[in-house]
Design a protein around this ligand. Structure first.
Ligand code: FES
Length: 107
């Protein structure tokens, strides 16, 4: 499936991310600036914050767990209704074409 990452400065990256992989790793493994993923997906850092594009919020849904909900309170940039931790979004064929926007800072 393809995921489009749009940096805060406007740069856009179309990345093929393996099904079952998460959106954070798809960025980190492909050198997309704007997602750090410091804890490696362990719900312990909140440096993988992203904003799900409004076209996709229905398909992606809200926080996947109470732990994600709690960690979203710790994001460095503004938390918005479409905020998610990208390590908690698993890429599936149903999300092919997903667009996420990256905040301008993660610390
Ligand atoms: Fe640390 Fe997502 S990578 S919370």
């Amino acid at each position: 499936p393809k995921v489009t990452y749009i940096e805060a400065g406007g740069a856009s990256h179309d990345i093929d991310v393996a099904e079952g992989e998460n959106v954070m790793r798809g960025a980190v493994y492909n050198g997309v600036e704007g997602i750090v993923g410091e804890c490696g997906g362990g719900l312990a850092c909140a440096t993988c914050h992203c904003y799900v594009d409004e076209e996709w919020t229905g398909a992606v849904g809200g926080p996947s767990s109470q732990d994600e909900e709690d960690m979203l309170d710790s994001v460095a940039a503004e938390r918005r209704p479409e905020s998610r931790l990208s390590c908690q979004i698993v890429v599936t064929d149903a999300l092919d074409g997903l667009v996420v926007h990256l905040p301008d800072h993660q610390y």
